[in-house]
Design a protein around this ligand. Sequence first.
Ligand code: SF4
Length: 368
Amino acid sequence: MTAGLYLHIPFCIRKCGYCDFFSVNFEESLMKRFVGAVFGEIELRADEWKDAVFSTIYFGGGTPSLLDPRDIAWLLDTASRHLAMHPVEVTLECNPGTISMEGLCRFREAGINRLSIGVQSFDNSVLSFLGRIHDADAARGAFEAARNAGLANVGIDLIYGIPGQTPESWASTINETISLGPDHVSMYELTVEDGTPISGLVHGNKVAMPDDASAISMYESAVAMLESAGIHRYEISNFARTGHECMHNLNYWRRGSYLGVGPSAHSFRESTRRYNLPELGAYLTALEQRQLPPENAESLSVETARFERVMLALRTSAGIPRHDLPHVYTGIIGEMLGDGLLVEAGGRIALTKRGVMLSNEVFMRLMP
Ligand code: SF4
């Protein structure tokens, strides 16, 4: 069985105003303890994953670019001593406010071959509203430094649908993205997560979220601009030059197996999903005593597993082969083909443009 390995690095310089991912303030001493704990978790989980060959590795966060490149090399070495590793793609998520040309060279030498840069916007007022630690110049510099460091596979991550973000600001961000020549672009609409500073502003009527029509228009205009620049959509929120699709994430959408290590990291295999609790102290304490960290596990029902398989496949532009479609969905898929939400071509069923915009409705209709 092939699988992906995800390492969650839960440290950030400062919390962004919209973010509810699990992360804590960066402290060098905590990072050292954390790296040792991840080493231990890989060791303790190796037996359960001895039948897997890991073809992708993803350092996500948090801010994994806060890792010392020596620790990346050490973690990759640890992984290859305990797990069967044949990684063709090793991604590092990177915050433009944390990297230098020298650091990027060392990341590449340590084994990173793909960079995903959290640019979010090239508009300083938008970046400031989001509470990012970097400005647009730092984002430009990060991309250029990545190329100069010899990284051949570099992606840019963006956010749209932000209070105060004008269509012109967004178009200019997309234009600048295209002009830099990334291999991959991710583009997510801002979601208001409870408990975040931006949620306080929105619910206190201090700022207004763009209406649905504006958000849809931003998405559609970006898709058109990216597609005409040869960066094609291969998943609802992900775009790439052909051959640069993110293999690690494709494994998620194909409902492949993956091992996640680090606090709050999720793992999946054989219809069981497990996740480490998002508590750094408990994570460190358990692993320093050579025990697995506190976790929750969920065994998926046949109906849920079936729904996930179809829903995840429909997120991708490739869709799902008609012959893989469970019979229970024949009626509802037929209805949605008739409604113009889905299209069938070459024996595969996929979302139409309208279906992409209304994907939540499509997935609701498929739910068990
Ligand atoms: S850098 Fe990323 S993970 Fe950290 S707070 Fe900001 S959005 Fe969240």
